[in-house]
Design a binder for this molecule. Structure first.
Ligand code: HEC
Ligand code: HEC
Length: 190
């Protein structure tokens, strides 16, 4: 009986050690991501999106699409090759738990007002959540970089984003560059 107790205890310790190793592994991996996406998951680099506070499901979905080259990202080439689903989920969880901060990009009050009117009319909140914090496979827009969102929306509109969800492509069909910019500034500032 005593021996069994010791064995169980050892097994429990080993499982604990494996969990620690796993956590360390994720943290080390996330350091590589941080070099582009920001130390705290909030990006200071033009055209690189913030990952902090994104829904875990959204991040996992995008990481799988990227690993499978359905949404190839040249800057991340090779980074996700061969990684297990469980590693992608751990990375997604890591970044989704970080608090999202507002971007420091300069915003124009006329454009913000135009963006609000457009956003209300186009019901961005119906999918991206009441506070635009994202939900399920829909990304957070609040705090996201304006320059990245303008580029992303253009790529949905112009069908140049591989693996794009048609839900979003339909939303921006036929919208002008100026209106996309106004929308991006407004939703980012929410
Ligand atoms: C060399 C810079 C670089 C590194 C390193 C990098 N990324 Fe990226 N990542 C980018 C760029 C650029 C994009 C935007 C691609 C686009 O325009 O579609 C991106 C996009 C993403 C997206 C999509 C976000 C969105 O809002 O659509 C996710 C998720 C992501 N990266 C996760 C990661 C993770 C996790 C790592 C570490 C394993 C990582 N990235 C490492 C540059 C990088
Ligand atoms: C019918 C649901 C729906 C509506 C309405 C909607 N979106 Fe989206 N949006 C999505 C989905 C789904 C994605 C993820 C696309 C993908 O995975 O390819 C997305 C992605 C985005 C992205 C890319 C962000 C990133 O991090 O890669 C931006 C920017 C965006 N939406 C802005 C908007 C704005 C602004 C509005 C209002 C004008 C809006 N969306 C309305 C469903 C919607």
């Amino acid at each position: 009986m005593k021996k069994l107790g010791v064995t169980l205890l050892t097994a429990a310790l080993l499982v604990g050690a494996a969990d620690d190793l796993y956590a360390q592994d994720t943290a080390a991996r996330a350091q590589v991501c941080a070099s582009c996406h920001g130390e705290d998951g909030n990006s200071n680099t033009p055209l690189i999106p913030s990952l902090a506070g994104q829904p875990e499901f959204f991040l996992t979905t995008q990481l799988v699409l990227m690993r499978e080259q359905v949404r190839p990202v040249a800057a991340m080439d090779g980074l996700l090759t061969g990684l297990d689903d469980s590693v992608l989920v751990a990375l997604a969880e890591h970044f989704s738990k970080m608090p999202a901060k507002k971007t420091d990009e300069v915003k124009d009050s006329d454009r913000m007002a135009r963006g609000k009117a457009l956003s209300d009319g186009m019901r961005c909140t119906s999918c991206h959540g009441a506070n635009l914090n994202g939900q399920e496979q829909m990304p957070r827009l609040a705090g996201q970089r304006v320059d990245y969102m303008v580029a992303a929306m253009k790529s949905f509109r112009d069908s140049t984003r591989p693996g794009a969800d048609p839900l979003m492509a339909n939303v921006v069909a036929g919208i002008s560059d100026g209106d996309l910019h106004a929308l991006a500034e407004y939703v980012s500032g929410k």
